[in-house]
Design a binder for this molecule. Sequence first.
Ligand SMILES: [Mg+2]
Length: 373
Amino acid sequence: MNYPLIERISTTIVDLPTIRPHKLAMHTMQQQTLVIIRLRCSDGIEGVGESTTIGGLAYGNESPESIKQNIDRYFAPMLVGLDASNINSAMQRLDKVIKGNTFAKSGIESALLDAQGKRLGLPVSELLGGRVRDSLEVAWTLASGDTARDIAEAEQMLDQRRHRIFKLKIGANEVAHDLRHVIAIKQALGERASVRVDVNQYWDESQAIRACQVLGDNGIDLIEQPISRINRAGQVRLNQRSPAPIMADESIESVEDAFSLAADGAASVFALKIAKNGGPRAVLRTAQIAEAAGIALYGGTMLEGSIGTLASAHAFITLNALTWHTELFGPLLLTEEIVVEAPVYRDFALHVPRTPGLGLTLDEERLAFFSRR
Ligand SMILES: [Mg+2]
């Protein structure tokens, strides 16, 4: 039998403007940088993947520049000549010789799945065992840094039926200031919206004990990563005493982290991110650990563009339950597209294509225009 071989892997760094400055505790985004991966196969099929992080090295151990360099220098020579249709074999080979680098691995795994889906005429969700829904409800992050502006933005999203779940990025200011900001937004939106916070590890346990109580008492539905991923015992204690559920995000840097968090009882919700597990298939292993442990799921994002967002979505639509829905709004934060048809958002949800592969086509002209030289 003739197997299609991986012939060439190329990477491109793309810088795209955002609709407004996006304030996170560790970084303010003025643009987003994507690494686009193209995986050319001997049967003429090309798979496309994306490896994206936030704020250079502000979020994780990999930057766009290191992702590109590592794929070009170490991943590509390892993969060229392998059977492009055997994703297990290719990814196991990578895991054996390349430590960590889950963001880069996620883009490669996405590209292999996209190629195989195009080859077989199947959406990636069907390669992952089959979708059980066609759309995913999507939260929006209010991150202008200004309370009145955030409330106005939320009202606009509700009017447009685009989002009714809002996540607030807090932690950079004094706790009392952040709590006032969050409570004012919740009071303005009331029962019309779910309001949640993401602290991005910025509190210590002593701050988090009281803050989680106040947030829970004021109708905040979910508290994401209040304290450092390093303080495991503190996470376990907070998870026991917080009136609002605690979600682990930064605490999960690998499938193995998910297991040890579940074993310790450190969170009642897991944020799933393909980039932090090593791809759409890898993230489903974390989901299975959570399901077995009775931990609820949330579909997270690294604010990827359309390619990374749909790679995540194809995995998430195969899950039995996504109690806390998703935050796959990355493409909506960008003012420009590098694919021909942008993903469809309507009625509070992202609608996942049923066309082969990830369901996207690169717009070569726009890709070239926004590529970093
Ligand atoms: Mg987070």
